[in-house]
Structures are given as structure tokens and as C-alpha cells.
Design a protein around this ligand. Sequence first.
Ligand SMILES: [Zn+2]
Ligand SMILES: [Zn+2]
Length: 396
Amino acid sequence: MWTKDQIWNLAHAVYPSAVDARRQFHRNPELSFEEKETSAFIAAQLDAMGVPYTAGVGGYGIKAVIEGGKPGRTVALRADMDALPINEETGLPFASQKPGVMHACGHDVHTATLLATARALRDVAADLPGRVVLIFQPGEEVNPGGASLMIKDGVLVNPTVDAIFGLHVMPLMEAGTMGFGAGPMLAAPDEFDVTIVGRGGHGAAPQLCVDPVMVAAQCLTLLQQIVARNVSPFQSAVITVGTIHGGTARNVIPDEVTFKGTVRTMDPAVQALMPQRIEAVIRGVCEAAGAAYKLHYDPGYPALINDAAATDIARRAALRVLDAEKVQPMAPSMGGEDFAFYLQKVPGSFARLGSMISGTASPAGLHTARLMIDENCMATGVAYYLSVVQEYLGEA
Ligand SMILES: [Zn+2]
Ligand SMILES: [Zn+2]
């Protein structure tokens, strides 16, 4: 059994390597499913550590396995590695060197933390019963989600994974803290694209036209009625239309208007209801106006549901290495996360890792150009990972 001190000594020993790797990733961000260099860097690091791995799992994904010294169960840890199409504005010395691409969701931190965990585990694996599977995953930000592709490619078998743990940086929580919660924690993020097809003409002669701008406006308003009137007040759902495009001049009625939206739900039954109700609203409004429509609805990741027993293990593991007040409850959010796919297959728990720089008045959130991370959170992440591995494998 590793003591708290032993775990922190291991975490601090690998911390400088985590900082180096994180800055390397941060300087060289790659968009979802384009993580070629990131993947090559991870492979080279694992080679140098002497940790065996398989590359090309579900695209640029990498699966590494660290065997313990005794027989036992298999626990997986997962990091995502893709960046976002955002132009960085942090002014950091190691800011993105690629205009328009930035690690604005902290996946650079996740990947560096998992690499550092591999480095620490390699030296002490002989103490462990069972084995640890390290999953470096591409394409978290974009459908169909790299998690689904890695699962299809067998990342959870040979060896069969018994449980999985992961984490995500949280810029609104102070570094050194973590958050845990059981049950539905993150939403299923579906997407839809709509084209309203009317009949354009002179803005002064609407009687000769079918105005798709008016139809789209009514659709947008009525879509909110689905959340207000078709979803139980005890359930959660969000419909947000984030883009709308149509028209070229103030006095011209266009032929078409397009809009795109996201749908967030926590419950599979509510998720299943959404495409039916959205289509019914659009069909009804279009019929009334004499317009036609095209609707493309893309179900996204499932809702992320943390297993209760695995979350107990995760929280216990955190309490072993962190002071009690640093281990906080995790509030659900309507964000999405493709870690949900793993949790459909095996029990596990996804945690929040506080990453706010202490004293920041209004920290920039995830998916923003000014996201800042207190890199010390990576030491906390490594200590937690070592502790959860020990807690889970040692329990059998
Ligand atoms: Zn993200
Ligand atoms: Zn993310």
C-alpha cells in the first residue's frame, strides 16, 4: 500500500515532465481527428519510458498497458488530446503557434497528466495487483467522438477493462481541488440543422412570396415551447439555436433560411423525445406558411452517468491524497463529454480537476481564447490517478 507521502513523492517527481509535455502540446494544438503529431509525441514518450502500447486505435488513439506484479483486475485511465478552432489570446510564452487552433478545453493538460502518470506507474507497478490501461483518445470535441471509435477498435478488451476513470480540468474551481458525483453528470449533446425553403421575391410584395425569415423566427420561438411544455419540470433539457443565416438585402425576401442548434438532455427518454417534437414544430409552422423544410438531426454522445460504486472509490482515492475540504461535490452540467461511451460499457467515474489560478477574479471558462490553467493541477491529477489505481486494484 502506497502512503499519501509516497504518492505525492511520485507525483512531484514526474511533475516537471508533465509541465514540459503540456507546453509542447499547448504550442502545437491539433484539431479533432487530426492529432497526428500529438499521437507521435505520446508514442515517443512511451517508447522512452519502455511502456508497451498500441498506436492507431480508433484513428490516432493510443492504448498503453502497464502490468502489475501480481494477478488482479484491469483499470483504465483516459485522456483526450484534441484542440479547438479558437484563436488563442492568453499571451503565454508557450501559446499556440497555430493561428486559429488552441487547447481551449485543457486536453493538453489531460494528456500530459496521463503521460506523467504512466511515468510514475512504470517504476512502482511491481507493487500492484492487476494492470492499468492508459487510453490516449483523439476527437473528443466532434461527433461521433473518438471514444466510440476506440471502443469499436477494441480498447476495452484484451485485456478486458473492469472499470474506467477520467478527469476534466475545471477553470472555475481552484487548483488542488477535485469534484465527484454519482449519477447523470453531463448531458447528451445532440445537433440539428434546419433549412426553411420558401419562395423569395421583392420585400414590398410579400403576398407573392413565402417568407422563410418569418417561418424561421416562428420556429425558433416555438422550439422553446418543447422544453417548457413537453419536458417534465423534474427533467432537464436545453434547446439552443446558435446560428441563423438567410437573406442578402433589407428589401429582398430570400428563398431559404438555415439555422443550427444543439439539444442537451440528461435522460434517454427525454433525448428520444426531442427529434420527434422538433420535427413536429418545424413541420407545423412550415405547413401553416406554405414553406418546405429540410431537417438533419444527429444524436450525439449519450448522457454521462457516473457509476455510484466507482464514484465512491474515486472519492475515497481523492480523500487519501487531498485534504477533505479539497474534495468537493460535483454539480451536474449540460455540457457533453464522450467519456459517456465508456461508461455505457464499464462502470467508472469522471471527475473534475480544479485548475483555476488562485486569486483570479473572473477566470475565463473552457472553450474561450483566454483559458488559463494552474499547471500545479497536474500534480494533483497524477496523485489522484495513482491513488484511484491503488484503491480500485487493491479492493479485489
Ligand atoms: Zn471541450
Ligand atoms: Zn474537454
